[in-house]
Design a protein around this ligand. Structure first.
Ligand code: ATP
Ligand code: MG
Length: 362
């Protein structure tokens, strides 16, 4: 970590609405940082589909190196229909970062924001406040692009390692401890798997249970992924921290986003031992790009996660306070009537930034 109270943030706005939601977020971070006496030195770096189109490079090594050297990375969204690399694959620097920086914990909070419409009629849906932790380096994505394909057979590998499962489980229990302290209620970690069918998941359970014993004050349990899909619709307010395998996490986090207003309200973080990338869960949304109507809430909440993560790594209490105030300002803006286009309102990108800034320090 850099000198106390001052950090360096690498910013990769990317393509489409990625640039719009990032700009709105940087606008909000400035007065927030000033108010809490924290130094955020931001460096905007080129990467993405349009950069590829212009230069032949989707993710210049200089951008990667600057991002890897920063204290945290804030990312918009990348990729564009019709712009692909010579080998036909998508331009996805965010995946390069995940692999090269070993960001194994994909943190996807699912929280009902006051005033934002939720998908379920039950009044308890307003209390939804859980976190999915998607393992992001192995599982069913392990053989991606390298699976065996013959004219008659295709095979992909499910890979679960002890080392990554231990790290993921520890991360989950520490997060549950932190949330428990913040919310004043006991924490609970539930591993989502399919241990009844796959030996790999039975193994994952065994490793998870071993780590659970290190955290006796945090509740722990298991849930089959199919049952979890049902219960995330039937009683999502009962869950707290949900670590899971890569593909299960991919699917369940979209389900989770759908519960609480959609992609525009879904922040995410990809966290490793030394690095972390914070970004909205959504993509570049070509259908609405350039109109100034993208919802920047997911990115604002991701920035709050970034400040909180920096605080947890010793950047100082000012970062934790700034994170809490940003979350709270977003909540109050919507509770007091702000409605974005994606939920049928007229609040554009700039209006959200303004509404949140108005509530910082107020
Ligand atoms: P990716 O492949 O990168 O995940 P995707 O095809 O899943 O992208 P997104 O870009 O995430 O698609 O968006 C899907 C749709 O949701 C968009 O077309 C857009 O209409 C809407 N959407 C996504 N993010 C936002 C946002 N921040 N504000 C408003 N609408 C959004
Ligand atoms: Mg998508």
């Amino acid at each position: 970590m850099a000198q106390s109270n001052s950090v360096r943030i690498a910013v990769l706005p990317g393509d489409g609405i990625g640039t719009e939601v990032t700009e709105a977020t940087l606008l909000v971070l400035e007065p927030l940082a000033r108010r809490h006496g924290i130094g955020l030195a931001t460096e905007v770096l080129p990467a993405g589909a349009f950069h590829y189109q212009a230069t032949g490079e989707g993710f210049p090594e200089s951008s990667f190196r600057a991002a890897a050297a920063a204290d945290a990375i804030l990312l918009g969204a990348m990729g564009w229909p019709g712009i692909r690399q010579a080998d036909g694959t998508e331009i996805a620097p965010q995946l390069d970062l995940r692999v090269r920086l070993n960001l194994y914990a994909g943190v996807r909070p699912v929280r009902a924001i006051p005033g934002v419409p939720v998908a379920l009629a039950d009044p308890r849906a307003r209390e939804i406040d859980l976190v999915l932790i998607r393992e992001s380096t192995e599982g069913l994505f392990h053989s991606r692009g390298q699976g065996l394909v013959t004219p008659d057979l295709a095979e992909e590998t499910l890979r679960i390692t002890r080392a990554t499962t231990e790290k993921l489980s520890r991360f989950a229990f520490r997060l549950a401890q932190r949330r428990s302290a913040q919310r004043g209620r006991p924490g609970r970690v539930t591993l989502v798997d399919k241990a009844n069918v796959f030996r790999a998941f039975a193994f994952m359970r065994g490793v998870f249970d071993g780590v659970a014993r290190e955290f006796p004050e945090v509740g722990s349990g298991h849930h089959y992924v199919d049952a979890m899909a049902l219960d995330l619709v039937r009683r999502p307010w009962e869950f707290d921290v949900l670590p899971t395998e890569n593909m299960f996490g991919d699917i369940l986090s979209d389900l989770g986003a759908g519960l609480v207003g959609g992609m525009g309200f879904s922040p995410s973080a990809d966290i490793g031992d030394a690095h972390a990338v914070f970004q909205p869960a959504h993509g570049t949304a070509p259908d609405i790009a350039g109109q100034g109507i993208a919802n920047p809430t997911a990115t604002l909440l991701s920035a709050a996660m970034m400040l909180d993560w920096l605080a947890s790594r010793g950047a100082g209490q000012g970062f934790a306070d700034a994170a809490a105030e940003l979350d709270d300002a977003v909540d109050r803006a919507f509770a007091e009537g702000l409605r974005t286009y994606d939920v049928g309102g007229r609040g554009d990108t700039a209006a959200v930034a303004r509404a949140v800034m108005d509530r910082i320090g107020a």
